[in-house]
Ligand binder design. Structure first.
Ligand SMILES: [Zn+2]
Length: 278
């Protein structure tokens, strides 16, 4: 049977605001409602950031706790993934919510440039975040903004700093980082297969590249990410009406490529996560 495709929905992020697209969920209540619709549409992972009431990014564990509680109640079985990305806080603040034991958390394993600044991930902070994830039984999703990050992920998995099934996301199309380039994408796939044949990978494209990278990942047998964090439009002239609408267009690509969309049970099995949500 063809491997099911896990669709991750990145609901909010730390950058887009209501001014970019009124459908971006900002309050915890909006996030729960938006995620629920995306879950019904076929997403099995929710990648989450939280915001202050003025829409600015936050690393407040209390907001994460309310979101986790709401998602467990309204989207039972869905994999909840918190972002430990650097736009929402500095240093160890980035991992302050890991004690809540979400199913997963994003983990950056190297530094690179972002559109207007350096995305700093010093080795000591990476190891601390990875360690906290093990302590609280949180499965990392490694964010690969660069080829060196794939190699780093594999070596952290080999030496035990990352436990369980290795899951790496290729992030393409962030300005000043890796572009959306098919040769690079194919080399990433080949490298994952060569260095870590038992791992799983997914891919995300930023802005107008979202659809392109969704298509590449689904056709190549990987998993993929959509959602308003990465892209607020359906096409150049149309704003996406919801996260669910972006999930549905990803489901359509899966249908075209004869990939079943992973249920939350299948997604948990593929990623080596517990079936039962505590
Ligand atoms: Zn994010």
């Amino acid at each position: 049977m063809t491997k099911p495709c896990i669709i991750c929905v990145a609901i909010t992020g730390s950058l887009p605001t209501k001014a970019n697209n009124p459908a971006v969920p900002i309050t915890v209540a909006e996030q729960i409602e938006s995620t629920h619709a995306a879950f019904e549409a076929g997403a099995s992972i929710a990648h989450c950031h939280v915001r202050n009431s003025d829409q600015s990014p936050s690393s407040n564990p209390e907001l994460f706790a309310r979101l986790l509680e709401g998602l467990r109640e309204h989207c039972p079985g869905m994999i909840v993934q918190f972002s430990t990305g650097g736009r929402s806080g500095a240093g160890k603040e980035r991992g302050g919510m890991l004690a809540l034991s979400p199913d997963m958390a994003s983990l950056s394993v190297g530094s690179n440039n972002f559109p207007t600044r350096v995305y700093e991930n010093p080795p000591e902070l990476i190891d601390w975040l990875a360690d906290e994830m093990q302590k609280y039984k949180v499965q990392p999703e490694v964010e690969a903004f660069d080829l060196s990050h794939i190699h780093q992920a594999v070596s952290m998995h080999a030496d035990g700093r990352i436990a369980g099934r290795l899951y790496v996301q290729f992030v393409m199309g962030v300005k000043n980082a890796t572009p959306v380039d098919k040769d690079i994408f194919e080399y990433y796939c080949k490298t994952m297969k060569r260095l870590s044949p038992d791992s799983e990978w997914c891919a995300a494209g930023i802005g107008r590249h979202q659809l392109t990278v969704n298509e590449w990942a689904i056709a190549a047998g990987g998993h993929t990410r959509t959602g308003l964090e990465d892209n607020v439009r359906l096409d150049r002239n149309t704003l996406a009406s919801s996260n669910a609408e972006l999930v549905l267009r990803t489901v359509d690509i899966c249908i075209r490529h004869h990939r079943p969309v992973a249920t939350w049970q299948q997604a948990r099995a593929l990623l080596g996560l517990a079936e039962v949500v505590s």
